[in-house]
Design a protein around this ligand. Structure first.
Ligand SMILES: *Cc1c(COP(=O)(O)O)cnc(C)c1O
Length: 368
């Protein structure tokens, strides 16, 4: 038996007829850039996130960058985030001209540790970007409280957390804005590149809409310098079809995570993920922790089980961010987790047999 890390084809086969007809509708109407299919999806996604507005974007990176730009983040500003995330989070900060300031993570959730936040706030701090890593929301209440005390923007990186909940509230709906990626492998994945910003703030929403369309108020009248960060029509149509299934797909991921947790419970030295009391986790990634990762990875690979590492090098230790001057030891928890994380196969259509096969391979390996 082989177990892929991700299986987009099985899911596509299930919805193939609907997708084909949705794409045909876009072709027939030639609404390729923005247009009615994107607008329809924006309404549906805002409703899904329980926000007033959703703005379709070209990618999750665009969404983060636009949300920060229109919040007025710029040269000389500092924006706080965590070092164990995908580099897009900090690239968006850097491309505003601001400096990413990292704060270490909580060992249970792998998300921003709110107790450490106060220690990194400076007069230059303008915003906090909590990342809902792996599909579990960060502990937002203390983050929002500190942000309010210091008059900071909170932009949620919800790129891995479509449908996740924090104390019953949808991820992305809690800060000033929430940013989503619809990269194909995400819980809600387009068939190409796409992203979105959600917000309850009408002014932010209007500015983001303008920003994604070259700062246009009407065609060829530009009130600000923006960018081309629009969602394309095909992606809007595909996402409308797939959004209807997202809740069921997330439940399937949760069921798969539960089975992994149960089967791995007695297994020595494997740490399974913890769902915080405040969270509804949607398991974009199911990451265990092990001290003998490299050996385990190669044994799993021999048995045709594909795994991942999210992420092997925390951002402050990446070559691209060497200029920040944060050496090894700067963020001990993020570094420890980065050395131990191993992402097991996780997608809604994963079968119980496949999960059992993965766990049996881990148990047989033994040398954990
Ligand atoms: C995927 C991802 C992004 C970037 O999204 P793209 O659509 O690939 O640009 C940003 N942040 C996190 C945490 C992500 O997982």
């Amino acid at each position: 038996m082989s177990v892929p890390f991700l299986d987009l084809k099985t899911q596509y086969k299930i919805i193939q007829a609907e997708i084909t007809s949705a794409l045909q509708n876009v072709l027939d109407s030639t609404s390729f850039a923005g247009g009615p299919f994107v607008e329809k999806f924006e309404k549906e996604f805002a409703s899904f996130c329980q926000t007033k507005f959703a703005i379709g974007m070209g990618s999750g990176t665009d969404a983060l960058w636009a949300a920060l730009m229109v919040s007025g983040i710029g040269n000389g500003d500092e924006v706080i985030t965590t070092p164990n995330t995908f580099i897009a989070t900090s690239e968006a900060i850097t491309f505003c001209g601001a400096k990413p300031v990292f704060v270490d993570i909580d060992e249970q959730t792998f998300n921003m540790n709110p107790d450490l936040l106060k220690g990194v706030i400076s007069p230059k701090t303008k915003a906090i970007v909590p990342v809902h890593l792996f599909g579990q929301p960060a502990d937002m209440d203390p983050i929002i409280k500190i942000a309010q005390e210091h008059n900071l923007f909170v932009i949620e990186d919800a790129c891995q957390a479509h449908g996740a909940k924090y104390k019953g509230r949808p991820a992305g709906s809690i800060g000033h804005a929430g940013c989503f990626s619809f990269y194909p492998g995400k819980n809600l994945g387009a068939y190409g590149e796409a992203g979105a910003v959600v917000t309850n703030n009408a002014e932010l929403a209007e500015k983001i809409k303008r920003f994604r369309d070259h700062g246009q108020t009407k065609k060829y009248y530009h009130s600000m310098i923006g960018w081309n960060a629009r969602m394309d029509g095909f992606q809007g149509a595909v996402l409308s079809v797939k959004l209807k299934y997202l809740t069921a797909w997330n439940e399937a991921r949760r069921k798969n995570a539960k089975l992994y947790n149960e089967l791995l419970a007695g297994v020595n030295k494997v740490q399974t993920p913890i769902e915080a009391d405040f969270a509804k986790h949607v398991y974009h990634i199911y990451a265990i922790r092990t001290k003998n990762r490299e050996a385990l990875l190669s044994v799993l690979a021999e048995k045709n089980i594909s795994c991942g590492i999210h992420y092997p090098i925390p951002l402050h230790l990446q070559e691209a961010y060497r200029f920040l001057g944060c050496g090894p030891g700067s963020f001990p928890m993020a570094e420890k987790c980065a050395a131990e994380f191993l992402s097991l196969p996780m997608f809604p259509e994963l079968t119980n047999e496949q999960i059992t096969h993965v766990v049996n391979a881990i148990i047989a390996f033994g040398r954990l």
